[in-house]
Ligand binder design. Structure first.
Ligand code: FES
Ligand SMILES: [Fe+2]
Length: 426
C-alpha cells in the first residue's frame, strides 16, 4: 500500500506549519519516511530526507540560510531540489557535484503542503481540487493526529451508521448552530432508515443515502446525500463544504486533514473559523488535551486503555452519550481503541457497512495494481470533478444527476438500512 500511496500527490502538512522563511524547519514522517520541510529566503519550499547525506545529522536542527538549508554538524548546505551548494569541510570543489540530497517535489495549494514521494518517472500532474480556488479567508484548515492505522480513520468517514449514535450529542447541537454549515446535516433526521447505493467510479467510489419524502406540491421526491472517496485517501463530504484526507504517518499513526471552504462564507476568519473548529473538537485546546497535536502526540498521558482514552464517565452520568469532548475525540477513541492495527479477521461487516467494504476493496485494488506494474485507479483523475452533494430529485429520477461529473464504472445493488442508522454527515 505504501507503493500505491507513492503514486499520488498527497498532503504532508499545512502551510501554517511552515509559513515563512524564518519558520523552523518542520520535521515529519509520512509513509514511514522521515522528512524535513523548510523554506529558502525566497519562500520556496523544500522537502528533503530529514537526515543529512553526510553523516545523518537531522536537518530539522539545521540553519535556513538564504538559498539553502545548512547542516549544523559540518556545514554542508542544500538547495530545495537537493543540489549540494557547499561542503566546507572538503577541499575538492568538485566533490559536491557528485551527489545530491534526497529531495521530493513539493507544491502548496488549499492551505496544504503537498509532496510526491514516488518514482520520478511516474510522477503524475499535480491535481486540482475544487477548494484550491478558495482564498485563505474562505477556507478553514485543521488537522488531528491519531495513533492508529490510516484505514481506521478513513473508514469512519464512509461509515453511514455511527453518526447519530456515537455523535448523537454533537449532531443535536449542530442543528442548533446558526451560520455554520453543519445544519445541512439536520435533514437526515426525518428518515432514519435510508437506502444506500454505491457505485465504483474512475477515481474510487461514491455512495448515496436516499430518503423518501414529499415536496411542497405533494409529489414524491428523494432526498439525496452523496459522499465520494477518491484514491488514495480523499473524502468529499455530502455537506459540500468539507473535504478530508487521511495520510499515513506510518503503519500505526496517521494525520487527518480537514478543509472547509465556501465561496461566500468567510470560514477562514474569526469568529466563524474558531467557532467551527471548536464545535467539532479541532480547536487547539481540545486537540492538545487529547494529544492530537505534534507537540503533545507522544506524551506519556496520551489517550490509552489505561485512561480510557480520556473518556469522562461522569459526563455520561450527566447525560452525555459518549463522555468525550466532541466529534474529533469521539472518532479518535473508537478508531484507536481496537489497537493501532485492528484484527480485521474478526470483523463482522453488516449490510450497513457497504461503503466500508468498497473502501477496503478500492484500497486493495490500488495495491494490487501497483504490485502488477499497473497504474492504480485515480492517479490521473480530474479532481475538480469530485464532489459531495446533498439535494433532492423527483422520485422517478436517478439521483446520479446530482453528480454528473462522476464517471461510474460499476453499480451495486441498493441496501435499505435499519432504523436508527442514518448516513454519515460530518
Ligand atoms: S552530518 Fe551534516 S554536514 Fe556532516
Ligand atoms: Fe465520526
Amino acid at each position: 500500500m505504501g507503493d500505491a500511496f507513492r503514486r499520488y500527490w498527497i498532503p504532508i502538512c499545512q502551510t501554517s506549519d511552515i509559513p515563512t522563511p524564518d519558520s523552523p524547519p518542520f520535521p515529519l514522517e509520512i509513509l514511514g519516511q522521515k522528512l524535513v520541510v523548510w523554506r529558502n529566503a525566497d519562500g520556496q519550499l523544500g522537502v528533503l530526507d530529514q537526515f543529512c547525506p553526510h553523516r545523518r545529522s537531522s536537518l530539522a536542527i539545521g540553519r535556513c540560510e538564504g538559498d539553502g538549508i545548512r547542516c549544523l554538524y559540518h556545514g554542508w548546505k542544500f538547495a530545495p531540489d537537493g543540489t549540494v551548494l557547499e561542503t566546507p569541510n572538503v577541499n575538492d570543489p568538485d566533490f559536491k557535484n557528485r551527489f545530491k540530497a534526497e529531495a521530493f517535489p513539493v507544491r502548496e495549494a488549499g492551505g496544504l503542503v503537498w509532496s510526491y514521494l514516488g518514482p520520478k518517472l511516474l510522477q503524475p500532474e499535480f491535481p486540482h481540487f475544487p477548494w484550491f480556488d478558495a482564498d485563505d479567508d474562505h477556507r478553514n484548515n485543521a488537522y488531528a493526529l491519531n495513533h492508529c492505522n490510516y484505514v481506521q480513520a478513513l473508514e469512519a468517514l464512509v461509515d453511514s451508521s455511527h453518526l447519530n449514535i456515537l455523535h448523537a450529542d454533537g449532531l443535536v447541537a449542530s442543528g442548533q448552530l446558526e451560520n455554520l454549515n453543519f445544519s445541512a446535516a439536520a435533514e437526515m433526521t426525518f428518515d432514519a432508515a435510508p437506502t444506500i447505493e454505491v457505485d465504483d467510479t474512475d477515481f474510487g467510489f461514491h455512495y448515496a443515502a436516499l430518503r423518501r419524502g414529499e415536496n411542497v406540491s405533494g409529489k414524491g421526491e428523494v432526498h439525496v446525500r452523496v459522499t465520494a472517496f477518491s484514491l488514495p485517501c480523499f473524502i468529499a463530504n455530502p455537506n459540500e463544504d468539507l473535504f478530508m484526507c487521511v495520510v499515513p504517518i506510518n503503519d500505526e499513526q496517521c494525520i487527518h486533514f480537514h478543509v472547509w471552504w465556501h465561496a461566500e462564507r468567510e470560514m477562514g476568519k474569526d469568529p466563524l473559523k474558531s467557532n467551527m473548529l471548536k464545535h467539532v473538537g479541532l480547536d487547539p485546546e481540545a486537540l492538545a488535551n487529547y494529544n492530537m497535536t505534534y507537540e503533545t502526540f507522544n506524551d506519556d498521558d496520551r489517550p490509552s486503555l489505561r485512561n480510557r482514552y480520556k473518556q469522562d464517565r461522569s459526563r455520561i452520568q450527566a447525560g452525555s452519550f459518549s463522555g468525550f469532548h466532541s466529534f474529533t475525540q469521539e472518532d479518535s477513541a473508537v478508531n484507536i481503541s481496537p489497537g493501532a492495527i485492528k484484527d480485521r479477521s474478526k470483523e463482522i461487516l453488516a449490510p450497513v457497512d457497504m461503503a466500508v467494504s468498497r473502501l477496503y476493496r478500492s484500497l486493495i485494488s490500488a495495491a494490487q495494481a501497483v504490485e502488477n506494474d499497473q497504474e492504480p485507479q485515480g492517479v490521473h483523475a480530474d479532481q475538480t470533478k469530485i464532489i459531495g452533494r446533498n439535494g433532492t430529485v423527483p422520485e422517478d429520477e436517478d439521483w446520479r444527476q446530482l453528480v454528473p461529473t462522476h464517471t461510474i464504472t460499476r453499480r451495486y445493488r441498493s441496501v435499505k438500512l435499519g432504523r436508527g442508522t442514518p448516513e454519515q454527515v460530518h
